[in-house]
Design a protein. Structure first.
Length: 397
């Protein structure tokens, strides 16, 4: 995405150009001063000075608004606003009432650049200055009603936008902090679980190794038994570690949905995802095979990755439902976007591997373009196979 997100400064030339366009598009309301310079009947010298004054005003205004949020000192901002207000008053009093519209830009710049506690005083002050100048300039009274309300409302509207940007930045920082805390907590949990798994086994291995060392010269038979016990304990410890690691690596729908929300939002894509209460009635019920949930989680990860990287979509909808079919209940994951669907050169390695993973879990995958984008449907059994339930792993059957 090349658009500038709310609360984010432009990071490249294209994003700076986008922000400049959005900042400059409102300069269309300067048509009244421009028309006055072209058709106002002023002398050549006055027209030249008027163009210089208008260009200076626009340049200073653009620099002030474009640099909003970059940490400039309040004194610099106030000085810039004072210069803009002085230019507006001078041009309106010398060239005519058409130049009163410049005060609207001064008010908007005050709302965009100043902190809220100062903007709520600066905007009314600009409106008072606009009123005084309009009452002084010839014919300015007729322009006052049409400019005073836009100046007042536009200035305070920009304070709202500024607060929205500030809140968005705070939310981004909070989300990054939460992610960091979650990662730290996960590392602590992994360390705690590995300690619980290996602490006893390693202590036992150490003890038996010492015993075997003492027995080896005089009682080689007993030492051999201790070595055999060490081998058994080591193998069991290895099994425990593998089970723990595979449990950590197994993706969950809830975790993948949270990751999908972050990825789609960061890419500027509107996301419509199931909530935790929705999932509670699906993957959280008893009897749902872990392999089925894991396969759907992998499908969601692959689908969202494709949406973010290749689709160019603006909207992505994710649905997860439980359906009853002739072959039994199934969990169905649907991911649909309004993008281009990628290159269209056939299924890539990601979808091919995903199909194999779903088939291994007893599920199916359907993926292809639809009328308004791309749609992926993954289905897996909602219950463990009967043979798996009758013969659980490790039962000795």
């Amino acid at each position: 995405m090349s658009s500038v997100g709310i609360g984010q400064p432009p990071r490249n030339h294209r994003q700076r150009l986008v922000k400049a366009v959005w900042t400059g598009i409102w300069l269309v309301y300067l048509s009244a001063p421009v028309s006055d310079l072209v058709h106002g009947g002023h002398s050549t010298g006055v027209v030249v000075l008027g163009w210089i004054g208008l260009a200076a005003f626009v340049g200073w205004y653009g620099a002030l608004v474009f640099r909003t949020g970059r940490g400039d000192s309040t004194s610099w901002i106030l000085g810039s606003l004072a210069v803009l207000a002085a230019q507006s008053g001078l041009l309106a009093l010398t060239l005519g009432r058409e130049w009163l519209v410049l005060f609207v830009y001064v008010s908007i710049a005050s709302g965009a650049a100043l902190p809220l506690r100062m903007a709520r005083w600066a905007i009314p002050a600009v409106c008072v200055l606009l009123t005084a100048t309009a009452l002084t300039a010839p014919g300015g009274r007729s322009y006052l009603a049409g400019l005073l309300i836009p100046a007042f409302l536009g200035g305070f509207a920009m304070t709202g936008v500024r607060e929205l940007i500030r809140t968005t930045i705070a939310l981004r920082e909070a989300r990054a902090t939460v992610a960091q805390l979650a990662a730290n907590e996960e590392r602590l949990r992994l360390a705690r679980d590995l300690h619980d798994l290996l602490g006893h086994s390693l202590s036992l291995i150490t003890l038996k190794s010492e015993l075997a060392g003492r027995m080896l010269p005089d009682r080689p038979g007993d030492a051999a038994q201790q070595v055999a016990d060490i081998e058994q304990v080591s193998r069991q410890a290895l099994v425990d570690v593998r089970e723990a690691v595979s449990g950590y690596r197994r993706p969950r729908l809830s975790g993948e949905l949270a990751g999908a929300q972050v990825a789609l939002t960061a890419a500027g894509i509107t996301a419509e995802l199931p909530t935790e209460p929705d999932l509670a009635g699906l993957a959280g019920v008893a009897g749902v095979a872990e392999e089925s949930e894991s396969a759907l989680a992998w499908a969601l990860r692959e689908a969202v990755t494709n949406v973010v990287r290749h689709s160019g979509a603006r909207r992505c909808v994710v649905e997860c439902v439980r359906r009853q079919t002739l072959d039994g209940p199934v969990l169905e994951l649907v991911v649909e976007d309004d993008g281009s669907g990628g290159s269209g050169d056939g299924p890539g390695n990601g979808l091919t591997g995903l199909t194999e993973r779903l088939e291994k879990a007893g599920g199916t995958l359907e993926a292809g373009r639809v009328r308004r984008g791309f749609r992926l449907v993954a289905r897996v059994p909602a219950e463990a196979p009967p043979e798996a339930a009758d013969h659980p792993v490790g039962s000795g059957a």
